[in-house]
Design a protein around this ligand. Structure first.
Ligand code: PBG
Length: 326
């Protein structure tokens, strides 16, 4: 046994040939922020290296990623005005809807467009659902999420990704998409989403931090693993086509358990805090950014993920091209 292992470690070509974990360009999804306005291309201080675009300049950002080998995108919208009911989310002329039309016009099927379906970027209170007194009202939120998903698909979205963790979301979206002639549009559900401190930089970038309380009444407690599997089962039963585990690095056990338990594709969302950690430690010289990026991504796939949503998508594509991973 020892001899066999030594032989396989022998040459670089052999090491690459016998890798157990494979990553391809097609398994990467790149999250991008789009802000209402024109001509905007601003660096995000909390996510160094990430740019916030407006619907017109986004085309440039997508083109760069396409050239790097990334073909799937997850769009997050930031409206200029917010209200109590998050109307910007389902406005036909909303920021994401504009962005979808522009990118589809420029690249057609070459760019696969996924949209985040949630109200938190569009509500004044920053919560993912409607507020009733001091609590989030699950059921009255559902029709608005369904409306949002529908408006995304009508504007050119290829896949919808509800992230608000309201019970019954997948069923509500499935029903309205089917009724409106979009039975073929898949749903990628944030089925196991923890109330995580690692979303901090995202909330900064999207301006979506809750103005009171926290998200612990609808996002999961990180002490619970079986609950994650149960929630994934519920979303699958409601019609989810792909299920997300989020965040990724603190949840490798969940990814691995989900892989064993379910037949559907599992996506892992390596969130803003995971990206910022490596970026900042890399910039200060404490960590080799490239090396730790590659190792983290491969670890997530080794745990069982089929798909990785990562702010490092372009750089990971570069590492695949070089043969360092994949
Ligand atoms: C919206 C949403 C969040 C993220 C994705 N969709 C923020 C949140 O739940 O607070 C976080 C993504 C990241 O940190 O990269 N509900």
């Amino acid at each position: 046994m020892e001899i066999r292992t030594r032989r396989l470690r022998g040459s670089e070509a052999l090491r690459r040939m016998t890798r157990e974990t494979r990553i391809s360009f097609a398994s990467l999804i790149y999250p991008i922020f789009v802000r209402e306005g024109q001509g905007i291309e601003e660096e995000l201080p909390s996510l160094p290296g990430q740019i916030r675009y407006s619907p017109d300049t986004l085309v440039k950002g997508v083109e760069q990623a396409l050239r790097a080998g990334v073909h799937s995108f997850l769009l997050f919208g930031i409206p200029t005005t917010k209200d109590e009911i998050g109307s910007g989310a389902y406005d036909e002329n909303g920021v994401v809807q504009q962005a979808l039309r522009n990118v589809k016009k420029a690249f057609g099927k070459e760019a696969f467009l996924i949209t985040d379906v949630c109200l938190c970027e569009y509500t004044v209170h920053g919560h993912c659902g409607l507020i009733e007194g001091d609590r989030i009202d699950n059921d009255s939120t559902l029709p608005l999420l369904a409306k949002t998903a529908l408006s995304h698909v009508r504007a050119g979205g290829d896949l919808v990704a509800p992230s608000g963790m309201m019970d019954g979301t997948v069923a509500a979206l499935r029903k309205s998409l089917d009724a409106e002639g979009f039975a073929d549009t898949p749903i990628m559900s944030y089925a196991a989403k923890y109330a995580s401190a690692f979303y901090g930089p995202f909330r900064d970038a999207a301006g979506s931090a809750p103005q009171f309380g926290d998200r612990k009444t609808y996002q999961m407690d990180y002490h619970n693993g079986r609950e994650a599997l149960k929630r994934m089962q519920i979303d699958i039963d409601e019609g989810a086509d792909i299920v997300i585990v989020k965040p990724a690095l603190p949840c490798l056990d969940i990814i691995s358990a989900a892989r064993r338990q379910f037949k559907l594709p599992i996506a892992a969302y390596s969130v803003s805090g995971e990206y910022a950690m490596l970026k900042l430690a890399g910039a200060s010289g404490f960590l080799d950014e490239y090396g730790s990026m590659c190792e983290s991504a491969v670890g997530i796939f080794r745990a069982g993920a089929d798909i990785l949503i990562s702010y490092f998508a372009k750089e990971l594509a570069g590492a695949i091209r070089k043969g360092d991973i994949g």
